[in-house]
Every structure is written in C-alpha cells, then in structure tokens.
Design a protein around this ligand. Structure first.
Ligand code: 4FL
Length: 237
C-alpha cells in the first residue's frame, strides 16, 4: 500500500513510523509511506498556509490553494483522500480493515484551526476522527490510522501475531493473558491455562472476553455492525 501524508509538521512523523512493525513494513516494501510538507506547495515569500476566518472569530484557517495544489499533485484515480478532523466519522477497527484494502491513501492533517470548507467539498473523500478530543493538529491521528492500517496489510504481521485472533476482530475485548512464571508474588495463573485442555481454554477465554466487555465496554455489545462475531456468524454473544 502507498500512503502519502500532507502535514505542516513533517518532523513529528520521524520516529514513531520508523520503529517496530511499521518500520519493518516500510523496510520490506509492504508500506510505501511518504511525508510531505504542505508549505512546499506555497509560492509566496512567507510560505503562507493559513489565514484569518471570513466572518471573524479566533484562530486561523488552512488556505485552499496549497492544499489543492498538493492534492492535485499527489492523488490519482485510485486515491482515497482522507482529512483527519474532530468532526469526521469515528475511526475504529472496521474502518482500519476497510482502508487496508485500498491501494493508495492521501492523508491530510488539519491544524486545530480547521481547513477551508472548499477543500472538503472538492477534494476529500473521507473525514476521520480518532476520538472526541481536540489535538494541536492532525499529525498524531494520521499516525494512529497509519499504524492500525499497516498491521493489517498482507505479510506485515507474522502468523504468531495474527490480526485475526485479537481484540476487536471479534467485536469484544481481549481475554486476560499470562506468561511465566506460573506463580508471581503469590498470584497464580488461572489453573485452566496450565491444564493443556484446549477446548476448556477456548471456553474460558471466550467467557472472560464476554465478562470483560460487559463490564468495561457494554457499548460494544450493542452495536451490531461493529461486531464481527455476531455479524458474520449470527451467533448470540
Ligand atoms: C483529528 C482530533 C482527528 C481527533 C486537531 C486537529 C483531530 C484534530 N481526531 N485535532 N485535528
């Protein structure tokens, strides 16, 4: 997959996307990620990217000209142009799965100020929010989306760390995990996990997932389309 990012803060992307699984996906060519400075698409001496809002009010608004020029230079017919904004649809695992199927994403990071509405109208295919809070700009949300999408790309996770058997792929929270030692500071690992009885272990884990989800995230049990387990098998939770 190819991902282009348009941002006022390209330096924020150095580091997080060079490490770990995303770093390896880039090294192996499964992710072709390019970070672009929106200021490079200005032409005036001050490299102006924003201006005061018509109608008054606080803050500044991203000007349309550099954004149009950049998107027209970077997007093709296969591109999904995504604006990261607190007023977008909520990003979740289902959206990550949807985006992971696409050949090319162009992610536009707004500033806290906002973007001239003509950009959304003419250029943006999809507006995404990672949650109900306001950040200083859209760079961190873009990195969150890139991370969640990259680990779903073919060949990025090994069989060991398959994305199929994990939290949210079933629409439920993950069951508790333990590793050695079998007793730590007087606290034992649940005996069933040491039993070698794989059917019993699977039953215990499913039960733990259900209890955990009901206790911590009852909202997940109520939204049918976020829930792959119910949606695909029709089985009751
Ligand atoms: C974007 C917050 C997506 C949450 C400021 C500029 C934001 C954001 N999700 N805050 N963009």
């Amino acid at each position: 997959m190819k991902i282009d990012v348009l941002t006022l803060f390209p330096g924020m992307f150095a580091g997080p996307l060079d490490e770990s699984i995303v770093g390896r996906a880039r090294e192996t060519g499964r992710l072709d990620l390019r970070i672009h400075n929106l200021r490079d698409y200005t032409h005036d001496r001050h490299r102006t990217v924003d201006d005061r809002p018509f109608g008054g009010g606080p803050g500044m608004v991203l000007k349309p000209e550099p954004v149009f020029e950049a998107v027209e230079a970077l997007a093709g017919p296969e591109t999904r142009v995504i604006l990261l904004t607190p007023s977008g649809r909520r990003f979740d695992q289902a959206v990550a799965r949807e985006l992971a199927q696409l050949p090319h994403l162009l992610m536009l990071c707004g500033s806290y100020e906002g973007v001239d509405e003509r950009v959304q109208e003419a250029l943006v295919d999809d507006e995404l929010s990672i949650g109900d809070y306001v950040l200083t700009n859209g760079a961190l949300p873009a990195m969150v989306v890139i991370d969640a999408v990259t680990r779903l790309l073919p060949g990025v996770l090994g069989d060991d760390a398959s994305s199929l058997d994990e939290s949210f792929s079933h629409g439920l929270l993950e069951y508790p995990q333990y590793t050695r030692p079998a007793e730590f500071r007087g606290v034992p690992v649940p005996a069933v996990l040491l039993s070698g009885n794989h059917a019993e272990i699977a039953r215990w884990r499913a039960e733990q997932s259900r209890l955990r989800t009901a206790g911590r995230r009852p909202d997940l049990l109520k939204q049918p389309d976020g829930n792959v387990a119910a949606g695909e098998t029709g089985k009751p939770l």
